[in-house]
Ligand binder design. Structure first.
Ligand SMILES: [Zn+2]
Ligand SMILES: [Zn+2]
Length: 161
């Protein structure tokens, strides 16, 4: 199993340390880059937009969202690369393992962290964003928005599951 490599390369050990001291955080796939997360997320959910699908290589993305100042890199800063395709979203990843870390949204002052990279915080999704672009329908009873909430410039319109 490929995952055994990651487990012996430090990520499991890092996660274990953070879990023991009760601190939530996030790490890349190899564990070389670690993020500190201050306080509970502002929001948790899924995004079905083309960017999230293409970047994640999955039918939709899962995120936890914080105010940008509440997400800081504590280990491995020198390994962090970034890419900005649209001007809206600075996507940060580990240059060693390619693992996704976070996407900063400077115009909104918000940063989302890939839900799968987070440890110590239970994932409790409350919304599906950009469901009008969905390539995989999800029948989970969680509200579906056509695009984004009104507070961040979207229509806020609910659509059918
Ligand atoms: Zn890495
Ligand atoms: Zn998206």
């Amino acid at each position: 199993m490929q995952d055994r490599d990651a487990d012996t390369n430090g990520r499991a050990a890092q996660v274990g340390i953070d879990a023991r001291i009760g601190k939530p955080g996030a790490a890349c796939f190899c564990g070389a880059v670690v993020l500190a997360l201050n306080g509970p997320p502002e929001e948790m959910g899924y995004c079905h937009c083309e960017s999230c699908r293409a970047y994640s290589g999955a039918p939709f993305g899962a995120y936890m969202l914080w105010k940008s100042e509440d997400v800081t890199i504590t280990t491995g800063t020198e390994l962090v690369g970034s890419f900005n395709r649209t001007g809206m979203s600075d996507r940060h990843f580990c240059r060693r393992c390619g693992g996704h870390l976070m996407t900063r949204h400077p115009d909104l002052g918000l940063t989302d962290v890939g839900a799968g990279a987070v440890h110590g915080i239970a994932f409790a999704p409350a919304v599906h964003l950009n469901y009008s672009e969905a390539v995989l329908r999800v029948h989970d009873g969680v509200p579906k928005l056509r695009d984004f909430p009104g507070e961040v410039g979207g229509s806020g319109e609910r659509v059918a599951e």
